[in-house]
Ligand binder design. Structure first.
Ligand code: FUL
Length: 489
């Protein structure tokens, strides 16, 4: 074959490949990394607050507690992990060190730890036991290491930063993979500080040298997710009630964030103009306190309150981080386990059966009329497949025909977030006896939005996206009838 024939052959092949024009969607400028998508897909995770405070009945230990008081009588780390797993959590985060400075692992850099406690005769290592229990119950393990340390004599000086980094190094090199590290925003104030008993204030912007600490952590555990009220991977939602804003963007402007003093309203809604993808996390305790207090045994949140929190966190494009504080025995109290078990049963009953599955979806437009963007992709439960329109089609309308009248009161909608978060205004209509009737007007959707509406009976539902920052794409739609137990019986 001469060179001319070869070129003609290639040109023919090239043209043949072009016969089905299909313009792929342009991803947004800000998209999540694969590891943040996997993180978001966990949806529901748990917190374990346990330390000397459990034994002193305090929320914030002063730092002068004797390690002798840390003496759980029936500690069972596996009960924590079993309880979390049974509730559907995908990760647990343990307070390896809270503000009192007491370490749940035998750190070589301090005497203020389990090694000087009666627990296992000073031979215990709760961080190690916790990580092993998480592994056994298929949970990711995360650790909380309070930056503020009311015990340490050097707190407030550069020497403490060296101490803090040494502790991070112990935690991130001795226990295998740690999926998340939690940096709390409470910082500086009065404390024991090695016997000084004084107030120590720090400059939140400069003292810790966060940039350096973040790089240090990532170097030790490249896959770790770092939480603080300013990210860089996961950010606080701005309250401790477990509620994300009903408008919630996963994008945010980092120059408006400072660890320890970010504006709570801003954290609660995110920012459509945001330049960085940081996943929102809603932390809340199953009890009024973060630590166990016997006088709160009757104040455990009800299964219905927990379900409400679930809809306001997971149902608003964020993660739910629910705290389960072990008691003085070292186990999660029976009342908490009961509430959690009933909560899980309610959510399962409410969201188990997708009434839209195997129904028919159609749309006013779908991109290039190509099956890759077909409306039916919204009913396959796969977060990677989606319906998308041609560019600039507003409203973008997707209709699901159930053929028969169907009763539902929960609507789940997902965007394919690997392409970014796009939708900023949408409406939902149902077919009534006089035609379409609007039943919901909303703003953001994101990874997952679950709408709670009054029960309706209809054979057709329609989603109309009225505004978005890019071409409209929806990955999944679900219709559900909630359990009657969502409301207190
Ligand atoms: C707060 C802390 O001060 C609380 O004690 C608790 O650990 C909570 C999760 O974060 O900022």
């Amino acid at each position: 074959m001469n060179i001319k024939n070869l070129i003609m052959g290639f040109s023919f092949l090239f043209l043949a490949c072009q016969t089905t024009p299909m313009a792929d969607l342009t991803p947004n400028a800000v998209i999540p990394s694969k590891k943040l998508i996997t993180y978001q897909q966990m949806e529901f995770i748990g917190f374990i607050h346990f330390t000397v405070n459990t034994f002193t009945d305090k929320e914030w230990g002063y730092g002068d507690e004797s390690p002798e008081i840390f003496n759980p009588t029936a500690l069972d780390v596996e009960q924590w992990a079993r309880t979390a797993h049974a509730a559907g959590m995908k990760q647990l985060i343990l307070t390896a060190k809270h503000h009192d400075g007491f370490c749940l692992w035998p750190s070589q850099y301090t005497e203020h730890s389990v090694k000087n406690s009666p627990y296992k005769g000073g031979k215990g290592d709760l961080v190690g036991e916790f990580v092993a229990a998480c592994k056994k119950y298929d949970l990711k393990a995360g650790l909380y290491l309070s930056p503020w340390d009311r015990n340490h004599k050097d707190y407030g000086t550069p020497a403490y930063i060296t101490y803090y980094k040494n502790q991070l190094e112990e935690l991130l090199t001795q226990y295998g993979e740690i999926n998340e590290i939690w940096f709390d925003g409470a910082n500086g104030g009065d404390g024991y500080y090695g016997g000084a008993n004084e107030i120590r204030k720090i400059d939140r912007d400069t003292y810790y040298g966060w940039e350096d600490i973040i790089a240090f952590v990532k170097n030790l555990q490249p896959n770790i997710k770092i939480f603080s009220d300013a990210g860089p991977d996961v950010h606080w939602i701005g309250n401790e009630k477990g509620f994300a804003g009903s408008t919630f963007w996963s994008t945010i402007k980092t120059d408006r964030l400072t660890i320890g003093s970010s504006k709570t309203d801003y954290l609660n809604t995110g920012d459509p103009e945001g330049t960085k993808w940081i996943v929102g996390q809603c932390d809340v305790s199953i009890r009024p306190g973060w630590f166990y207090h016997a006088d709160q045994d009757s104040l455990v949140k009800t299964p219905q309150q927990l379900a409400d929190i679930y809809y306001k966190s997971v149902g608003r494009n964020a993660l739910l981080l629910l705290n389960l504080p072990p008691d003085k025995r070292g186990i999660i109290h029976e009342n908490d386990v009961k509430a959690l078990t009933e909560f899980k049963a309610i959510i399962d009953a409410s969201l188990a059966t997708n009434l839209a599955k195997r129904q028919t979806a159609s749309a006013n437009n779908y991109r290039s009329k190509h099956s890759k963007f077909a409306p039916q992709n919204t009913l396959d439960a796969d977060p990677m497949t989606y319906w998308a329109t041609d560019d600039d089609v507003f409203p973008a309308a997707l209709e699901i025909d159930m053929k028969e009248n169907t009763i539902f009161d929960r609507i789940m909608i997902q965007e394919p977030i690997h392409l970014g978060q796009r939708i900023s205004r949408f409406e939902v209509d149902i077919m009534g006896s006089n035609g379409w009737k609007n039943i919901f007007k909303g703003t953001t959707i994101g990874y997952k939005r679950i709408l709670r509406i009054s029960k309706v009976k209809t054979n057709k539902i329609r989603l109309r996206v009225k505004a978005a920052n890019n071409t409209v794409a929806i990955s999944n739609i679900g219709l559900f009838e909630s359990s009657s137990k969502e409301v207190s019986q």
